[in-house]
Ligand binder design. Structure first.
Ligand SMILES: [Zn+2]
Length: 67
């Protein structure tokens, strides 16, 4: 009798492209690692801009009220 089941070795899914790969880490390639880093930096920048706008609104509101 022939063994038909194909054993899939221990593998991971890339955080960026979702491709399966064998080995350690979160990414299938350096390209994906770089892309995820750039994406994270972009998100952080957007968050900081959001906070700055929020603070600006608060400061303007405080001055408008006249405390
Ligand atoms: Zn990838």
């Amino acid at each position: 009798m022939e063994e038909r089941t194909v054993k899939i070795p221990q593998h991971h899914h890339c955080r960026v492209c979702g491709k399966t790969f064998i080995g350690d880490g979160l990414y299938c390639s350096d390209e994906c690692r770089g892309r995820d880093g750039a994406e994270a930096r972009k998100k952080l920048r957007r968050y900081l801009v959001c906070m700055a706008v929020l603070w600006a609104v608060v400061v303007v509101a405080v001055f408008a009220i006249g405390i």
